[in-house]
Design a protein around this ligand. Sequence first.
Ligand code: UFG
Length: 330
Amino acid sequence: MILITGGAGYIGSNSVIEFLKNGYDVVIVDNLSTGHIQIVERLKNTDFEGKIKDFFEIDLKNKNDLEKVFEKYDFEAVIHFAAASLVGESVKEPQKYYHNNVFGTLNLLDCIIKYKVKNLVFSSTAATYGNPISDLIDENHVQKPINPYGNTKLAIEYMIKDYAHAYNFNYMIFRYFNVIGANKEVITGEWHDIETHLVPNILKADEEKVFSLFGDDYDTKDGTCVRDYIDVVDLARAHRLAFEYIKNGKSDIVNLGTKDGKTVKEIFNICEKVLDKKIPLKICERREGDPAKLVANSARSKEILNWENKTPLEESIKNAYRWEQERKKL
Ligand code: UFG
């Protein structure tokens, strides 16, 4: 049995599918603050080999509730996605981020050691690196976050390493770069009440809601920011591979990226091509806190897990668009 926290959210729900498809049974914990009950229902109705054994609408901040889950089931692994993850919001409301992410994970770690769970996969972020000092960012790059969101994820990385060392469990810490796309069955996808991410904002744009491109005066090839985009289904696969890797008594920290950066304009152009239409665009001021370029050195994921992003950008964007149409019906 695998416990997936945040399994009603974007990346968590895609990972639920990955585990179910590979024959694992799953329990989901989600407080539904940003996840959606409709997604849980859709996941329950899938016909994959593995099954969703239970769903708990609980908050990781509530340790008593959490303990009941660990009392009821014996988990082979915890795959931990549940977190508040908006960079801008974290600057305005750090309290929410420290309580939710750091305190919530502390409760989870306490359960992991109390109930002797042997494996943990944690979703950390490229935001823990802060402003890059090298062209490609490898796992040994200095970690100096520039916002509270990144600080909370870095604090959790320390907590996991210290707990694992003292209490003896295996872990994988993944530092994701920019996640896009949806599964081809469009069971689930990106669905945020406040949408800040690039691809869904481009895909949602119309004459009334023109897409705002934040800054075209960066020191990059076309003046817009460069990011490293990976597909959510590939990302989900990495989590299963990580579990199968660490359960043999290993722990590691791995970037999930492609080492092939794309500018905002390039992504915009691919979206126009995929949708086969002109998307209304306005160039705006830079968004506060955006580094010009964030691209992973992705060698380690290949070396350790034989993982690479396989989905071409066009396909990720096509699936994201198909999901966007599906989501409107929910
Ligand atoms: N952008 C726009 N317009 C939009 C949205 C985004 O121009 O409406 C631009 C941004 O300015 C940035 C790029 O598109 O240059 C990517 O922005 P996203 O918000 O999609 O992604 P970020 O790179 O800011 O953030 C991602 C994750 C965060 C994580 C961060 C770490 O979503 O959770 O990477 O680097 F913290």
